[in-house]
Design a protein around this ligand. Structure first.
Ligand code: GUN
Ligand code: ZN
Length: 474
């Protein structure tokens, strides 16, 4: 090809045949009949053209329309949309499982010393390799990520995500107080660097930019004003931060700002709360804060592995899912406050947090009983939350989240017998004499077993835009 000639990609079309399980609605809207939110095909076919889903349906029917189609057939596997992690810290991969502290001393002892290293591009690249390998081997195809206060980390993050063609949200992570001096940024630098990063990455390929004040506790009013200016100048950007995570943090943040009545009002006063805003954790949100989040269209992110690991508390998932004042809710690993990449573990811990509420909210008040019932994380609620529900909470559902034709073909292939020993025997309880689930209910039973006993061994393959991304050589 002579230099300067346009690069043309041949049209590619392929079929993916197997047991397809995706969502078309929110199962919390269908109490007692959550199956109504699912599309289940015991022998389905996805037709993928140039990385996008072109067709979806029963194999017998759809395959007739595509004679000669090259089909990859997954036998005894469940195929779901790729998992979506709504809150994760790219530069904390190496400090997973670091012992012994709650949030603020943990940040000081483990997080800031590690994140400072990401000023070094070589170190950041090595971290990025491990981070994205960790996501893909866990079935996670999209994440909303924090980087560090150094633009190098944000550049490296987007470069690695682009190399893997993954849809991601991230942004320079602003902090100008309450951290070591060599980690701190200034409001002016943060503004300038963010502008440049937005120009360079936002909307490029599958990259989205989030204006990212780390948390109100580490942000001066000037830094939050800089965020507000960025949001005004780039209204289509996302805003990602932490909110009401830890009791000491919540107390101290209000001591810093006696003019604010609660945590959320700090971000509200700076005009940051609305659609495309995500507040991570929200463990100690008041009823009124839930109400205001709902009214504004903002999202929260439930991070149970982290909330338990750091002793932060029990997020009220049954409150967030109140139909009278629904708050869009993504689920997140919060690596490295969370100690596991794989969102199956997030579902495991979410279920246990939900069961805690389920038993402790059984008082006489009908509103408590309703919240208790909504707290149970059924497999429908759980897998919706890490696929279509996560996509909706992060405003990515026009591209990803289910197998709707036109969406991008990011999906995960699950082997229900690959986890701990005895998993096969355990799962055979739900399958009876069949080799695979024949009904949506049987598939949901299998998925519940996977979320409660499984791990990344159950992730047989992860595909990004119609190409196998994990394992690299199958
Ligand atoms: N709040 C501010 N920074 C962090 C962080 O890195 N992890 C968690 N879990 N909470 C935070
Ligand atoms: Zn976090």
């Amino acid at each position: 090809m002579f230099q300067g000639a346009p690069i043309t990609h041949p049209m590619s079309i392929l079929g993916i045949r197997g047991i397809l399980f995706d969502f078309i609605d929110d199962p919390w809207k269908h109490p007692g009949n959550e199956q109504a939110a699912v599309r289940f095909l015991a022998d389905g076919l996805l037709v993928v053209e140039d990385g996008r889903i072109k067709d979806h349906g029963e194999f017998e029917e759809i395959s007739q329309r595509y004679p000669g189609l090259e089909v990859t057939h997954f036998r005894n596997r469940l195929i779901l949309p790729g998992f979506i992690d709504g809150h994760i810290h790219f530069p904390q991969t190496r400090i997973l499982g670091s012992y012994g502290e709650e949030l603020l001393p943990w940040l000081e002892k483990w997080v800031f010393p590690e994140e400072i290293k990401y000023k070094d591009r070589g170190y950041a690249r090595e971290g990025a390799r491990h981070f994205f390998d960790g996501l893909l081997s866990s079935g996670t195809t999209t994440c909303q990520a924090f980087t560090t206060s150094s633009p190098v980390s944000t550049e490296v993050f987007f470069e690695e995500a682009s190399a893997r063609n993954m849809r991601v949200i991230a942004g320079l992570t602003g902090i100008d107080r309450m951290a070591p001096a060599d980690y701190l940024d200034t409001a002016d630098h943060f503004y300038q660097d963010s502008k440049e990063l937005i120009a360079r990455y936002h909307g490029q390929g599958r990259n989205h930019y989030a204006i990212t004040p780390r948390f109100a506790f580490g942000a001066s009013d000037e830094l939050l004003d800089a965020c507000a200016r960025l949001k005004q100048e780039h209204p289509d950007c996302w805003v990602n931060t932490h909110i009401s995570e830890n009791p000491t943090e919540c107390r101290e943040v209000l001591r810093q700002r006696p003019d604010c009545e609660d945590y959320l009002s700090i971000y509200e006063k700076h005009g940051l709360v609305g659609p495309k805003f995500t507040g991570g954790h929200g463990v100690h949100l008041t009823d009124d804060e839930f109400r205001r989040l709902s009214r504004s269209g903002a999202s929260v992110c439930f991070c149970p592995c982290s909330n338990l690991f750091l002793g932060s508390g029990f997020f009220r998932i049954g409150k967030a899912t109140d139909p009278e004042q629904r708050v869009k809710t993504a689920f997140g690993s919060d690596i490295g406050g969370g100690n596991r990449f794989c969102l199956l573990h997030t579902l495991d811990e979410a279920y246990k947090v939900g069961m805690h509420h389920f038993t402790t909210l059984q008082g006489p008040a009908p509103s408590d009983q309703a919240e208790a019932a909504r707290s149970k994380i059924s497999p429908y609620r759980g897998f919706w939350s890490i696929t279509l529900g996560g996509a909706e909470a992060l405003h990515l559902d026009r591209w990803i989240g289910n197998f709707e034709p036109g969406k991008e073909a990011d999906f995960v292939v699950i082997d229900w017998n690959a986890g701990p020993s005895a998993q096969a025997w355990h799962q055979s309880l739900h399958l009876g004499e069949h080799t695979g689930p024949q009904t949506v209910e049987a598939a949901a039973e299998l998925l519940f077993g996977i979320m409660m006993t499984g791990d990344d061994r159950n992730i047989a393959e992860t595909w990004i835009m119609g190409s196998r991304a994990h394992p690299k050589q199958a």
